[in-house]
Structure formats: structure tokens, C-alpha cells
Ligand binder design. Sequence first.
Ligand code: 13P
Ligand code: 13P
Ligand code: MG
Ligand code: MG
Length: 378
Amino acid sequence: MGKKVTVSVIKADVGGFVGHSTVHPNLVEEACGRLERSDAKNLLIDYRVATVGDDLNLIMTHEQGTDNQDVHKLAWETFQACTKVAQELKLYGAGQDLLSDAFSGNVRGLGPGVAEMEFEERQSEPIIIFMADKTEPGAWNFPLFKMFADPFNTIGLVIDPKMHQGFTFEVHDLIDNERVMLLAPEELYDLLVLIGAPGRYCIKAIYSRRNGEIAATSSTQRLNLMAGRYVGKDDPVLIVRCQSGFPAVGEALEPFTKPHLVSGWMRGSHSGPLMPVAEKHASPTRFDGPPRVVALGFQLSNGRLIGPQDFFADPGFDEARRLANQLANYLRGLGPFEPHRLHLEEMEYTTLPQVRDKLQDRFEPLKEGSKGSEGFEG
Ligand code: 13P
Ligand code: 13P
Ligand code: MG
Ligand code: MG
């Protein structure tokens, strides 16, 4: 067996410029400076620092495997250093995603989002890093289903002998902390029952059924569940391997031509269309949105990141952006009404419980059999 390479994408919001719209250039500079230092250089093969909205993404390649303590520590210390810069500039929500001061060997559970995969680099290894802002991990369910299970999106499932056996989906239940492996195509309907509810069930990873190779992996933590209060949405990342037994690059990008509705717009409490944009256009401003997704393509060359290619800069996605804007107009017209505002369960970390408590004594039981208003003694 050949040497394995690990791709780690670790991200955090450590302060927004201005509000929750973008990352200040000084934070990117600080992150690059950290990853250039000799201790980092010894650990990593290559890195890129990328942003989407107010989220800072560290894209790193190395040979240390997934969940490696040194790589996670490097990311954690980089985010801490960036937080200091954010505090000096008084950026908005400085340190927002760093839920604890204490690092204990792994950033999982501490706030940052993590997507990592280890594999033997193929003769040619095209990968796409998707990064989204103003949404949540379940936002990948729809596009991942289309990429790896929908023959109307991915013709390779039908005509490529290397894909025809289908894929195994690893689905996580973020509430009960369980996972289930489901087979596509024969368990598609079971799969859809779960992943159609993206606030709870998230596709964590996808594997080829031909050879067991990992094809995709996402970040799946839910920050508000960890913190027990609203601390921003868990703007997620996703790594997808392409070509030669996996979706072609164009098949992996195609689902984003239909801007699906995701949770996480404005105060993490609204649903909105996920708009595919170039990195330089990933600055959500209208009502703090609409939610954005950026896709950066790389060829790996012995772990080196050759790229990025900023895929959604393509005018081929102009129509998707226009549709996203039309959907945004429509949804905004609903204001505080569902389904623009998220349903009650998703609002638990807002003022809603307080309002319910405040009104508790004023709720009266309805008389049995009563048909209309009973009036009130004012
Ligand atoms: P692969 O067989 O290398 O995935 O190529 C297919 C292709 O290029 C489709 O556009
Ligand atoms: P972020 O989760 O991107 O920080 O956005 C929070 C928010 O409340 C935007 O309105
Ligand atoms: Mg923010
Ligand atoms: Mg964000």
C-alpha cells in the first residue's frame, strides 16, 4: 500500500468584519503567518486559508491521519491567534466559535467545524472543498444526495462502470448522537426519510461500494447544541473527491444550480436559498445573507494543493444566483412568519422560551366543546 495523505479542513468564525459579513484581511494574514511557521511547516505538506462570509477555513494536507492531535492543536492555536487580532480590531463576535479556553487534544466539541479524510492519492486526485456561511451542516444533504444518488444529476451512476454499484451513506443523528449506514440505490427511500430532515440527520460521509474508498466527508457539529445557547450557526464545510469512480467535477457542482432552502439566515433563525458564489462575492449582506456557498477545486500532487479553482465564479451559475435572489425576495416578504422564520424547535435558543414563560400565567384552558370566542373578563 502506498503512502496516505490526509486532507483536513478546520474552520471557525473568530470575528466578523463588519457584523457577520466577512473576515477581516488581517485575520487571513495572521492565519497564513501561523501556518508558515517552522513547526507548522514540519507538520503539514501544504495549506490554504480561505474564507466564506465571516468564516475562516484552514485547508491543510499532511500525513498525520485524521483526528491528529498536533494538526488540531495547530488549528486551535491559529484560531486563538486570530481571535487576538479580532479582539484588537473589536471585530464582531470575536472568538465566537471557540467555546472553551482549554484544548484537550482535539478541536471536535470545542466549536470549530472539522471535515477530514485520509486516502491513498490516485494518479490524478481532483478534490472540491465546499464552504458555506449562514447555514448548518444539514445543508449538504440535498447536494450530496444529488451528487451520489440521483442519476438525473449524475449520469456517471448510470454509464460509468466504476460508479454503477452505488455508494454507502453514513448518516448521523445529531440529537441522539447515533449513526446509520445506508446503501444507495436500494435504500434510497429510507435514506430520504432521514436526510429530508437536515436539522437532525446529516450525511457525515459517503463511501464507494466498489472499493470502500471514502468519497466525501462533511463537518457535522451543532454549535448551539454544544453551547446550550445561540452562538451562531455551524457554518459547514465539505470535501468531495472527483472523477474516476467518483462524480465528475461538473456532476459535483451541478446540484448547486438549484438553490435549495437551508436554515441559518439572519440570527440563525431563518430559512433561505443557498446561493453559489465566487469567494470574493461571499459576503452575505442582505438581511445578513442570503446563505452562501463557495467551491474551491484543487488537484492534489503528492499532497500539494494545486489550485484553487474558484468554481462558482463561472457565469454558468448566474441563473442560480438570480433564482436565489428571487426566492430571497419572496421569503423576505413573509417576515417573521414560518417557513421563512424557522419552526419552533429551532427557535429554542432565542427569546421564544422567555416569551412563552412570560405569558405562561395568561394562558387559560379552552372550555370543552366551545366553538367560538368565550370573551374575557378584562
Ligand atoms: P472520469 O471517468 O475520469 O471520471 O471522466 C469522466 C468525465 O470526464 C466526465 O465529464
Ligand atoms: P454567523 O453564524 O455566520 O456568525 O451568523 C450569525 C448571524 O446571526 C447572522 O445574522
Ligand atoms: Mg459570525
Ligand atoms: Mg458564519
